[in-house]
Design a protein around this ligand. Structure first.
Ligand code: SAH
Length: 394
């Protein structure tokens, strides 16, 4: 479906964002959205040429302000006024930003409010060069369906003077905030979040819904940043999986288990595998939260895990896979071929590694039947895609 009727296109980069040149986040900011979609569709169609003719790209109706996770770095200007914004591309200079074309509007407003409160609470932003100051970053995560909002204050020290009054003042300005967490990052690192956390208001996490299931989002949880498009992507993946209620499904590279949980209603049994132990913990608690009983999660390398399954001659009907940008491994793909599921649904955030892996699978008895690009990141050149393969070899 071709969309995008309401969005007013910007004429030039600086029309739509004064810091576009320094930020580097939205490489395609000067390109009308229709054109962006056409470009992504063309790139994907070309890459898929040896395999199939993809469906039309799935774009956004309103391609702006989609990011549910917003990060601002705090610092001081020469006159010691607090500033907040982004790091200039490939540097540690802070470019002040108050609002961004792709970020959640409310999150941007909260960041500006926090900056405005600092002076009266005598909170100084952290200075990377001198090591003085307290507030390093603010991270805001929002629940698209639930409307819940989490504010994470990343501090250089665990002691925040008059934190309760600070929270009170912030809530007065933004009563929609549902939780506030202090995260302590006292190391000299480019990682935003440190290891220690202290919940100072609310539950310490938010929840959001995707395809009718509820997911818990903690400060560090992985969660797709464009919830509107994620639903479309997962619905497509479910359509391609063609589940009838009895299948054994593997959800490989499952993260916090979102795809597998959505598949669980229409499957006999779902087996999720994921390398990151925190994500596996979140996945298990998400399953419990939703009362899903036919899903198990394993913390392991997806390749190693599948080799073991193949050695045990496990029965698998459908493999859903969503590997990182680097794609999958030969070990994994080889084991898929040995397990011989009837269908493989490959979700990819990097079409280049996708086609590399498709080449391998098509030499091992699989045929690419269909595929589609889904625009998860408007105004950037990233392209997400989902492909359906069916077993045609013996
Ligand atoms: N399917 C999830 C997450 C996809 S991101 C979702 O849509 O939310 C890719 C995931 O692969 C990440 O969670 C990452 O931790 C995991 N991962 C990376 N390498 C892996 C490997 N070798 N084995 C298993 N999981 C891996």
């Amino acid at each position: 479906m071709r969309q995008n009727t309401m969005y007013q296109k910007p004429k030039t980069n600086t029309d739509s964002c004064p810091v576009a040149g320094k930020c580097g986040g939205c490489r395609w900011i000067g390109k009308p959205y229709e054109e962006q979609l056409r470009s992504k569709e063309t790139i994907f169609r070309k890459l898929m040429e040896p395999y199939c003719k993809p469906e039309h790209i799935i774009g956004m109706e309103q391609p702006t302000h989609y990011r549910n996770k917003v990060h601002a770095v705090f610092g001081e200007d020469r006159k010691h006024n607090a500033i907040s914004g982004i790091y200039e591309e490939k540097s540690h200079r802070i470019v002040p930003v108050d609002s961004c074309l792709i970020e959640n509007r409310k999150a941007d407003e909260i960041i500006v409010s926090i900056r405005g409160l600092l002076k009266s609470f005598k909170i100084r932003p952290y200075n990377e060069d001198t090591g003085y100051g307290l507030l390093r970053h603010v991270l805001i995560r929002t629940g698209h369906v639930t409307g819940q909002i989490m504010v994470v204050l990343v501090l250089s020290s665990p002691i925040m003077p008059s934190k309760n009054n600070f929270v009170k003042a912030l809530l007065k300005l933004h009563p929609e905030i549902t939780t506030v967490v202090i995260n302590v990052n006292d190391r000299n690192t480019s990682m935003v979040l440190g290891d220690r956390e202290q919940v100072i208001y609310g539950k310490g996490y938010i929840e959001d819904e995707l395809c009718g299931k509820t997911f818990r989002i903690s400060p560090k949880s992985f969660y797709q940043v464009n919830p509107v498009q994620t639903e479309k992507l997962y619905n497509k993946a479910m359509e391609y999986a063609g589940l009838t209620g009895s299948e054994v499904v593997v959800d490989a590279y499952c993260g916090t288990g979102t795809i597998g949980m959505i598949a669980s209603d229409k499957a006999g049994r779902v087996i999720g595998v994921e390398l990151n132990p925190d994500a596996v913990r979140d996945a298990r608690s998400n399953a419990k939260r939703n009362g899903v009983n036919n899903i198990e999660f394993y913390q392991n390398d997806a390749g190693k895990f599948l080799v073991e399954m193949a050695q045990q001659d496990a029965k698998v009907d459908v493999v859903l896979m969503d590997p990182p940008r680097s794609g999958s491994s030969e070990e994994f793909l080889n084991s898929v071929a040995r397990l011989a599921p009837k269908r493989v649904v490959y979700i990819s955030c990097n079409p280049e590694t996708l086609v590399r892996d498709l080449k391998y699978l098509t030499q091992k008895g699989y045929t690419v039947e269909k595929g589609v690009a889904v625009d998860m990141f408007p105004f950037t050149d990233s392209c997400e895609a989902v492909v359906r393969l069916i077993r045609t070899g013996k």
